[in-house]
Design a protein around this ligand. Sequence first.
Ligand code: PCA
Length: 211
Amino acid sequence: MPTVLLTGFEPFAGDAVNPSGDAVRAVADRWTGSERLIVDVLPVTFDGATARLAALLDEYRPDVVIATGLAGGRDAVTPERIAVNLADATIADNAGHRPQDAPVVDGGPAAYFATLPVKAISAGLVAGGIRSTVSHTAGTFVCNAVMYAALHATTGTPVRAGFVHVPWASGTGPEGTPSLPLEQIVDALETVIRVSLASDGDLDAPGGTVS
Ligand code: PCA
């Protein structure tokens, strides 16, 4: 049976909650699949998150790695297509670090594409009534660093890895920001797991953007 690693993040930037951490805990609580599901909530620190991810990969040897985080301001669940070897932080991480123009991995390639079926995931979410689009930037903060680290660690192996950004959960973000009910974010992450386990390749359909 395959092993799936699903991660979320702690709150950051002074926020009280992070829907990604809350959602992955809820997915773990109600998981009934026969696959082994390992769930963890990562610290929002460049060093701590990538170290914790490396330890989880080492300990559990997952077949599928789905890291998730909050993208406050987005109105949809967005599988990320690309991770860049760049840490350039406009806010401090939870350890007070603010790297600028730094590589995530010294000497690593400029970028990696997700090895999760991002188009199939997005289509599966939309089919289930959840707003979703494929995203082409995971930013240059801790989420991108974790995605890059996961892809760097698994490149050349059959392990499929990637990242999904989620919006604020309703009632928890700043006034006026887009959100989805937490329950829908939990449903979305279950769909992401199911589609990732079921798909061999990705959808044969265009999925980029014009600009
Ligand atoms: N979102 C941040 C870091 C943690 C999180 O949930 C990001 O997008 O980088």
